[in-house]
Design a protein around this ligand. Structure first.
Ligand code: GLU
Length: 476
């Protein structure tokens, strides 16, 4: 987000935006005010300052871990490294995690962490020092552990940081047999699960693909059913945006624009995402990509002609000042909180379909759940059933060949015989989760005549959380 946009966003609290969305949903439910207040509020906020020696100087680092809800344990959510990290932001992102997990039936309470640093200008060695110190601060206060609170990657962090967190936790928790489950998003070689890296982007793709299959919704925005040929703009080419762009491109959508911090590129015939990435690696910027037009003011890319707009970077990028100029018919919130409540109202009046963050970007935490389960069970997915399935399929094919008196080709056999690998199981679990989540929200929207998918998603989340409180017997 540019400085100009940041100052617009700073005029109100991010947390209050989520409260507004929550309150809209609460109107559809008859739940006691006190209980609603309990769901909305953050259960624990840990704000810390710690010293790290960088070069010859001691630098005091500001960091946070917020546990929004303990209705299910452990708490779960990423850790963000950004110079814009602040308490309000971390609290909001933690709250979004609670609703997100409830919607996709992932049994965690929401949490989020943040360290106020700019990872672009700090050396890897110093990022490691900061990460390890942050982890020991979390351990000191019992804010991390397989059954307590399980961090994951977020904006500015990835596998590398997760493996440092795991290593620090392990060395300070000798004998902890489940230590691997203290953090997710680890490299596969260190207990990670195949398919976690691309999970959020793939989840975004599955969610939008499902919406695009719905005749009713598509005709409401004047589009044909299906993804093929749809014009897509993606803002942010980080882990989420890059993978989402790749999956849309592979499915036949036309990526007309890609936007990054330094500017955007546009080609109405479509951009080849992998070539853009090669160009980015070579030149350090997406700008000047062959056969595309540069757009210097990156925010202007959001306002270009397209069918689907995917903001996949930071919060508050669509606000009351630019909402009226958005031409997309569908907005898929891959980022957390990219549309402010004022913009939401403007876009709704314009008939834009918004697929909300608390559903659409839940693919990451869904696969984190699979990773956590893998770590706790101490066995790789597919290990038990792969060979068994292959043997069963071989026998089945033999029976079919004999009874039909027809030989099946080697290529066909290869495809049918293969038992499930870890990546197959993870992807099918993710696909199923995203499809189910979409239909639960859509059905609720229809049955309660809710104005939009966001409010319906909040209603679904609140209902789920109330259910778990009731099961716990806390609020009879
Ligand atoms: N940071 C991601 C999110 O916002 C993933 C969280 C997780 O996997 O725990 O959903």
């Amino acid at each position: 987000m540019s400085k100009k946009n940041q100052s617009k966003a700073d005029t109100y609290s991010f947390f209050s935006c989520i409260e507004k969305n929550f309150d809209k949903a609460a109107r559809y439910l008859s739940i006691k005010k006190g209980l609603l207040e309990q769901i909305k509020s953050c259960n624990a906020v840990y704000r810390m300052h710690f010293p790290v020696k960088i070069g010859k100087k001691i630098q005091v680092i500001e960091a946070y871990r917020v546990q929004h809800s303990h209705h299910k344990l452990p708490c779960k959510g990423g850790i963000r490294y950004s110079i814009k990290v602040n308490q309000d932001e971390v609290m909001t992102l933690a709250a979004l995690m609670t609703y997100k997990c409830a919607i996709v039936d992932v049994p965690f309470g929401g949490a989020k962490g943040g360290i106020k640093i700019d990872p672009q200008i700090i050396s890897a060695e110093n990022i490691e020092k900061i990460t390890r110190r942050y982890t020991s601060e979390l351990i000191k206060k019992n804010f991390i552990g397989p059954g307590i609170d399980v961090p994951a990657p977020d904006y500015g962090t990835g596998e590398r940081e997760m493996s440092w967190i795991f290593d620090t936790f392990l060395s300070l928790s000798p004998g902890e047999v489940d230590a691997l489950a203290c953090v997710t998003g680890k490299p596969v070689s260190q207990g990670g699960v195949r398919g976690r890296k691309e999970a959020t982007g793939l989840g975004v793709f599955y969610g939008i693909r499902e919406l695009c299959k719905m005749k009713e919704e598509m005709s409401s925005v004047g589009l044909d059913v299906g993804l093929n040929g749809k014009k897509v703009i993606i803002q942010g080419l980080g882990n989420v945006g890059y993978h989402a762009a790749t999956f849309f491109h592979e499915a036949g959508a036309i990526i007309v624009a890609l936007a990054e911090m330094e500017g955007a590129i546009y080609n109405k015939k479509g951009l080849n995402v992998s070539n853009v990435i090669l160009h980015l690696k070579k030149t350090g910027s997406i700008l000047n990509f062959p056969e595309s037009k540069n757009i210097e003011d990156t925010e202007k890319a959001l306002e270009l002609e397209c069918d689907i707009l995917i903001p996949a970077a930071l919060e508050n990028v669509i606000h009351k000042h630019n909402a009226n100029r958005i031409k997309a018919k569908i907005i898929g919130e891959a980022a957390n909180g990219p549309v402010t409540p004022e913009a939401d109202d403007i876009l709704e009046k314009k008939g834009v379909l918004i697929v909300p963050d608390i559903y659409l970007n839940a693919g990451g935490v869904t696969v984190s759940y699979f990773e956590w389960l893998k770590n706790l069970s101490h066995v790789r997915y597919g290990r038990m059933e792969k060979r068994f399935s292959e043997n069963m399929n071989t026998e089945l094919l033999q029976v079919i060949e004999t009874s039909c008196r027809k030989k099946i080709s080697i290529e066909e056999k290869k495809m049918i015989l293969r038992g499930p690998r870890e990546i197959d199981l993870v992807r099918s679990g993710l696909e199923d989760t995203m499809i189910n989540g979409f239909h639960k929200i859509r059905d609720l929207k229809k049955s309660l005549k809710i104005e939009n998918l966001r409010t319906a998603a909040f209603v679904l989340a609140i209902n789920k959380i109330i259910d778990s409180y009731e099961k716990l017997g806390i609020f009879p």
